[in-house]
Design a protein around this ligand. Structure first.
Ligand code: 4UV
Length: 551
C-alpha cells in the first residue's frame, strides 16, 4: 500500500514518512557509530586489486590520518584539503580522516586536466592535496598555484621531503599526535562542485548536519531494508564515484553506517565489473542509467551473474521505463523479486530528496519516488510561479535539513538558488501524481548530464570564446542512447575567419576531461538564438536539425 503525503497548504507537499531527528553528530562519528559491532567484517574493497580493510582497521587508519593531518602537516580546522582520487579504500581513510580533523574536503574527478583542478582548488583555497602516482603530475602542477600550500599526500607512495610529499603509509605509521578539534554540526565539511542552474561549477557548502540528515532521511525502514539487514553482511557493488555526492553520501556513507561490505572499482571496465559480480556476489548494486543499460543489454552480462542481486538503485540522470523493464527481463525476475529502486538527488541537497520506497506498486515504475522524511516540495508553474497540483508539470522546489548552506563565496548564486523561505530551486521540471509519487520530465537549467556526470555549458563556451575566430557560441546537451546526453557546440565565426568542426572539437579535447568533449558535434550558425534579455534559447538549438557533422 502507498502512503500519501499530508498537504500543508494547497499544493505544498510534505513527506509521508514523517520527520527525522536532526542532531548534532559529525559525519564521521555518525558513519562509524556502530563499527565495533562489525569490527572484523570487510569494510571497503578495491574490486580491481582486491585490497581491502576491515571496519576496525578502517576506523584506526582514519584516526591516524586525522592526527597526521593536524599534527604533521599542520592543517588547521576550517582549512581545505583537495582529493584527486578514484574509488579506492584509501579514499575513505583520507576523507573521513580529514573531516575528523575539522578540515573541509573538496574532491575532483581524477581524470580532470590540471586546468580544471586548478580552477576548483584555487577557488576554495586548497592547502594540501592527496592523490595517487598516476595523478601526481597534476597535483604538483596545481600545487604551484595554491597559497600557503602545506604538502602533498601520496597514496601508495613514499616520502619525498624535497618535494613536500608525504607517503600515506608513513603518515599512518608514524603515530603523530594532535589535539583534534570539537566538531560543530553546523560546520562546513565538504565542498563538492556543481554548476547549479546556471554558469560555471560552484562550490556547494555542505555541513555535517546536511550530510548526516540525508543519511538518516534515506535510512527510514520504508526506503531500504535498513534495520532488518543492518550488520548482516550485505555486499554492495558500486561504480558511482566517491568524488561525486551520489557515490560519497548516497552510496559510501549510507552503507558504511549499516556495516555493509562495499566493493568498488577505481575505473569501470566491463571485464572488471563482471569479475566483481562473479567474485563478490553483491546483494545491492548502485548504478547510473548508463550502467543499467550495460547490465540490461550487454551480451556478456549473463543472467546468472546477477543471481545474488536483491536490490538495484538507479539515480543521477533520467532512465526510461523500457530500460527498467529490459533489466527485469535480463534477470528474469519481477519487480517484487528484485527491488528496482530509483532516487533523485542533487549536490545542493546532500543529495537525496526523492526515493522510491522499498516496496511500491508496479504502475509507479517510472517514478523517481516520494519525498524522504523531513522534506517538503512544491512544483511551481514555469510561467506564473504558482504552486501546481497533481499531474501539472513545473519546476520542483525542495526544503529540508539536507539543503546546502549556500554556494562558497557566491552570495548571488546562493540567493538565486535558495530563496528567502529556504526553498531550493532545482531547475528540474517534474510533476507528482495523486499518491504523491514524483516524475521528472525535463530540465530548465543549462546543466548537461553525461553518464551521470555534470557538464556545465558555460565552461565549454568560455573556452571556445577564447579563440580569436569566434564571435559567439552556445553549448547544449543532445540526446544520446548510452550517455543520456552529450554536449554539442553551436559556433558563430567572425567574418572572414575560419575554424573547422574538428578544430573546435580539439580545443575542448585538449582542455577538459573526456566526458565534456563535444561528442554531440559542432555546428556553425549565422547567429545564436537569444531572447530579449540576451539569454541563449537552448531549447531552440536542441530542436534544430542539421546535416550530419563530418570529422
Ligand atoms: O548535482 P548532481 O550531479 O547530483 C546527482 C545526485 C544523484 C543521486 C541520485 C540518487 C541517489 O540516491 C543519490 O544519492 C544521488 O546527480 O545532479 C543533479 C541533477 O541530476 C539530475 C537532475 O537534473 C538533478 O538536478 N538527476 C539526478 N537524479 C535524477 C536526475 C533522476 N533520478 N532522474 C532524472 N534526473
Amino acid at each position: 500500500a502507498t502512503q500519501t503525503a499530508p498537504v500543508l497548504e494547497p499544493n505544498h507537499l510534505v513527506s509521508p514518512y514523517g520527520e527525522i531527528s536532526v542532531g548534532n553528530e559529525n559525519l564521521t562519528d555518525h558513519v562509524f557509530k556502530d563499527f565495533e559491532e562489525w569490527s572484523d567484517s570487510p569494510c571497503v574493497t578495491c574490486g580491481a586489486s582486491g585490497r581491502s580493510y576491515e571496519y576496525g582497521m578502517m576506523r584506526l587508519m582514519i584516526e591516524r590520518c586525522s592526527t597526521a593531518l593536524a599534527g604533521h602537516l599542520k592543517l588547521k580546522p576550517g582549512e581545505t584539503i583537495g582529493l584527486i582520487l578514484p574509488n579506492l579504500p584509501e579514499f575513505v581513510v583520507l576523507i573521513h580522516g580529514a573531516m575528523k580533523a575539522g578540515l573541509v574536503v573538496t574532491f575532483a574527478n581524477p581524470l580532470y586536466t590540471s586546468d580544471e583542478v586548478r580552477r576548483q582548488f584555487t577557488d576554495c583555497n586548497v592547502k594540501a592535496i592527496a592523490t595517487i602516482e598516476m595523478f601526481m603530475p597534476v597535483a604538483m602542477e596545481v600545487s604551484k598555484s595554491l597559497k600557503d600550500y602545506k604538502g602533498t599526500i601520496w597514496v601508495g607512495g613514499e616520502d619525498d621531503k624535497t618535494k613536500g610529499i608525504h607517503g600515506l603509509r608513513s603518515l599512518l605509521m608514524a603515530g603523530h599526535e594532535a589535539d583534534l578539534p570539537k566538531l560543530n554540526a553546523d560546520d562546513v565539511c565538504l565542498i563538492p562542485y556543481s554548476s547549479g542552474t546556471t554558469g560555471l561549477p560552484k562550490g556547494v557548502m555542505l555541513t555535517h548536519k546536511n550530510l548526516v540528515s540525508n543519511i538518516k532521511q534515506v535510512q527510514t525502514p520504508k526506503f531500504m531494508k535498513y534495520e532488518s539487514a543492518k550488520g548482516k553482511g550485505d555486499v554492495i557493488l558500486t561504480v558511482p564515484p566517491f568524488f561525486h555526492i551520489y557515490g560519497f553520501n548516497g552510496v559510501l556513507n549510507y552503507n558504511l553506517v549499516l556495516g555493509y561490505h562495499i566493493v568498488s572499482l577505481p575505473k569501470f571496465t566491463p571485464e572488471d565489473y563482471i569479475k566483481c559480480l562473479i567474485e563478490y556476489k553483491p546483494t545491492t548494486l548502485f548504478v547510473v542509467p548508463s550502467l543499467l543499460t550495460f547490465l540490461a543489454t550487454h551480451p556478456s552480462v549473463k543472467k546468472e551473474y546477477l543471481e545474488s542481486v536483491e536490490t538495484i538503485m538507479v539515480g543521477a540522470a533520467p532512465t526510461t521505463d523500457s530500460m527498467l523493464e529490459k533489466f527485469l527481463l535480463k534477470v528474469g525476475k519481477t519487480k517484487d523479486q528484485i527491488k528496482l529502486l530509483q532516487g533523485y538527488g542533487m549536490t545542493e541537497s546532500s543529495p537525496v530528496t526523492l526515493l522510491t520506497p522499498y516496496i511500491y506498486p508496479y504502475d509507479k515504475i517510472g517514478s523517481i519516488g516520494q519525498l524522504v522524511p523531513s522534506t517538503q516540495a512544491r512544483v511551481i508553474s514555469l510561467t506564473t510561479g504558482d504552486s501546481l497540483g497533481p499531474h501539472e508539470s513545473g519546476e520542483i522546489l525542495f526544503k529540508g535539513p539536507q539543503v546546502m548552506k549556500g554556494y562558497w563565496n557566491n552570495e548571488k548564486a546562493t540567493k538565486e538558488t535558495v530563496d528567502n523561505e529556504g526553498w531550493l530551486h532545482t531547475g528540474d521540471v517534474a510533476y507528482y501524481d495523486k499518491d504523491h509519487y514524483f516524475y521528472i520530465v525535463d530540465r530548465t537549467k543549462e546543466l548537461i548530464k553525461v553518464k551521470g556526470n555534470q557538464v556545465s555549458p558555460t565552461e565549454i563556451e568560455n573556452i571556445i570564446m577564447e579563440r580569436p575566430e569566434v564571435a559567439d557560441v552556445a553549448v547544449v546537451g543532445m540526446p544520446d542512447a548510452l550517455a543520456g546526453e552529450v554536449p554539442k557546440a553551436f559556433v558563430v565565426l567572425k567574418p572572414n575567419h575560419k575554424l573547422t568542426d574538428k578544430q573546435v572539437y580539439d580545443i575542448i579535447a585538449q582542455k577538459l576531461v573526456k566526458y565534456k568533449h563535444l561528442e554531440g558535434g559542432v555546428a556553425f550558425l549565422d547567429a545564436i538564438p537569444r531572447n530579449a534579455a540576451g539569454k541563449i534559447m537552448r531549447n531552440e538549438l536542441k530542436l534544430k536539425r542539421f546535416p550530419p557533422i563530418r570529422h
